[in-house]
Ligand binder design. Sequence first.
Ligand code: ZN
Ligand code: ZN
Length: 345
Amino acid sequence: MHACVLHAARDLRIETRDLPPSAPHEVRLRVRAGGICGSDLHYFFHGRVGDFVIREPLVPGHEFAGEVAEVGAAVQRLAPGMRVCVNPSRNCGACPRCREGRPNLCERVFFMGSASKFPHMHGGFAEFTTVAEGQCFPVSADLPFAEMAMAEPLSVALHAAHRAGNLMGQKVLVTGAGPIGQLVMLAARRGGAAHLAITDMIDPPLAAARAMGADASFNVAEGTGALQEAAAAIGGYDVVFEASGANAALNAGLLAVRAGGIVVQVGSLPGGETPVMANRIMAREIDLRGAFRFGEVFADAVTCLERRLIDIRPLLTAKFPMAQASAAFDAARDRATNLKVVIEF
Ligand SMILES: [Zn+2]
Ligand SMILES: [Zn+2]
């Protein structure tokens, strides 16, 4: 089979590899589509994501979907030919965090396409991969594979929305209009948010957000004056989702949220210490909460896609064949043109 293999920054090769072995509880998956995530871009352009450094050749990709090709002897509910969304996360199920229902905080979690552990756990950017039965979520409808591959980032967004609690009737601000910011906005709307505002440093993703239902958008490249004026006019946002990974956006959110409001940090801020307006958190009793990957929402994300309860199609802006994987990464970095770029295998 062929696989995309990242050897170092900007060194992505299409290589011929043996089919991955599979255990009795696993299935061999014929991968059909994989979305490029911000973390994949970091691996591709820098060879690392924060503290996770590529130390051996890595098959990237954690947003993917495909067809079951073969099933192991102990597999019970899957059969060859079934179309499945894949949860790229394998948690232990036994540690304290797993047992309290927070598998994304598992002490022994493995995440496909990530260099967080050594040896690395390969991802889905290959013609075939091996996944556990429990990672597979069958889709019955005739949903395109590119849409199915959005189950993972949509899970991130649904989880972030859950972290904020009940959004019914709330005024919500999302900082950062990349794919995760856009999906968080859509998840917040589904959760009942009454007013949705979104920020970015460039106009095209803001136009896309308005087309998908944003009530207000702010280009903050020249400063956050207009945003803070709008926030003051409505008495502050009830909930802010920080989805840009920029320190300045976190502080802008802390200024824009109302007293007693909630700020959810979804984006990965630069490593090291982050200057935060901590006295504002104290004096206005702001709840600052983290949202990391996702917990038990993957099945909900699949349902949302299958029934188009959340229509993510406007996010899918480009598709590339596997042979042009490097070009796909370049396209995905071009935020003025693309939101989500998908590779077809
Ligand atoms: Zn991702
Ligand atoms: Zn665990």
